[in-house]
Design a protein around this ligand. Structure first.
Ligand SMILES: [Zn+2]
Length: 449
């Protein structure tokens, strides 16, 4: 049966390749397992109406995908192996950037799009040389080689052309270094460079564009002036990239995963909110440009996050709806200036109970008084006491929020569960059903002939 189905899929893709979409937009939401899109539905629900409103994700859900990496790395993937699978259709080891298990380069769908004359772009909220975009752009045996990866963004060519026409995200510290200034290389090769986020609306259409807006990843949505920075950058890309030969655009909601790693539900939900707005921008674009395919999936799930925990049949997202800053900023404030309950309540958007205040005070006393051997080593290396207090108090705040909302976590790492797949626009029916991450690349390759 499986064989018949896959040859059917092959037939269908051959059938449509004659009229493949002009524009392909791939959206990766890093770490967004099924619990995240479910949680987001309830987080986003309007409490004033009796029904639970559906989300834009619900509207375009077409199936799910397995994410396991090459056998050598077991069943739980990292973002590099999974991005390599999504980009190239090849399963590799955890850490691999656009290379197979033998460390040999593999071609990505972005490369293929460039080769057939389309414009290409990447829009991310991490540094632009982070694992997911890197696997679409270049080849490296390790995701940790950030400087080498940044260099190859400039050095590598596809048909004598630069790999991408547009790159937006963070990454000054990798592109502007003592040993090499890759930004200057791009500039002297005719790129328009911007480091001012407010200049996004004036991108010159006659030049390739590099926009870097942060040292590493961009600030969390909760801490940024524009809470919808991914959506704003996407709108700028959709204004810039379209042309008569079409485009391939990779968009990554990079920090849903970072919220998961920190077991920080408020962080992940605010990043999901930016992603939802981004999907709305894409929906509008497809309405006006029906010759466009949009696919959204995740590379894996993070944190083992779940809604409802500790035997209690309840989840209360209302407590994360009114934050005016990230838990990281709240903890930073405490690390720098001490625990001020009034200030913290203001940032959380709710009143702390006397028990919660006692618990935070206890955690603060502990953070100041008790040091593990590791922390003493960190201090010796020059880490400040404030940064250790910040880290511990962030944990205390996220745990307080978990208790209020009844959110559960099983790990600070990734899990191996399947992830949801969403698609709309031309040929979106090719992504219906139970897929594996390599199928997504294979189908896109078939549409890029
Ligand atoms: Zn991750």
């Amino acid at each position: 049966m499986k064989k018949i189905l896959s040859s059917l899929a092959l037939l269908t893709s051959f059938h449509v390749s004659a009229e493949a979409p002009q524009n392909i937009i791939m959206v990766v939401s890093d770490g967004m397992g099924p619990a995240y899109t479910t949680a987001y539905r309830y987080y986003n629900d309007d409490p004033a109406t009796p029904e639970i409103e559906t989300t834009i994700f619900d509207k375009y859900h077409v199936g799910s995908s397995s994410t396991y990496p090459a056998k050598v790395s077991g069943l739980v993937t990292d973002s590099a192996a999974s991005a390599t699978a999504l980009a190239s259709g090849v399963k590799s080891y955890n850490g691999a950037i656009g290379v197979d298990v033998n460390e040999q380069p593999v071609k990505s769908v972005l490369h293929q799009a460039k080769q057939i004359g389309k414009k290409t772009g990447i829009v991310v909220t991490s540094q632009i040389n982070h694992a997911t975009p890197a696997a679409y752009m270049v080849h490296n045996k390790s995701r940790q080689n950030y400087d080498e990866i940044a260099d190859s963004y400039f050095d590598n060519r596809i048909n004598d052309q630069f790999i991408a026409d547009l790159m937006l995200g963070g990454g000054w510290q990798y592109f502007i270094r003592k040993d090499r200034n890759v930004v200057n290389d791009f500039k002297s090769s005719g790129f328009h460079y911007l480091d001012d986020y407010n200049q996004l609306s004036n991108l010159p259409k006659d030049k390739p564009v590099l926009g870097l807006f942060a040292d590493k990843g961009m600030p969390q949505a909760l801490d940024y002036g524009d809470k919808y920075r991914l959506s704003t950058m996407t709108a700028a890309a959709l204004d810039y990239l379209p042309n008569d030969k079409g485009m391939f655009l990779l968009i990554e909601a990079s920090q849903v995963d970072w919220g998961g790693h920190s077991n920080d539900i408020a962080y992940s939900m605010s990043e999901m909110s930016d992603l939802e707005k981004t999907m709305a921008v894409l929906e509008k674009f497809v309405e006006q440009n029906p010759d466009t395919l949009v696919v959204l999936t995740a590379d894996h799930s993070t944190g083992g996050m779940t809604i409802g925990a500790n035997g209690d049949y309840a989840w209360h997202p209302t407590w994360i709806k009114n934050l005016t800053a990230s838990t990281q900023s709240m903890a930073q404030e405490i690390g720098d200036n001490g625990l001020d309950v009034l200030k913290l309540q203001q940032a959380l958007g709710f009143q702390l109970t006397p028990e919660e205040q006692d618990e935070l005070t206890t955690q603060m006393d502990k953070a100041l008084a008790y040091w593990t051997e590791n922390e003493i080593k960190f201090l010796a290396k020059g880490y400040s006491q404030a940064s250790t207090v910040t880290r511990k108090m962030r944990k205390a705040i996220t745990q307080l929020i978990d208790k209020r909302t009844n959110t559960g976590w099983t790990t600070s790492g990734h899990t191996g569960v399947d992830v949801p797949v969403y698609a709309f626009g031309k040929n979106s029916e090719l992504f219906i059903g139970q897929l594996d991450n390599v199928d997504i690349a294979t189908t896109i390759f078939n549409l890029l002939k």
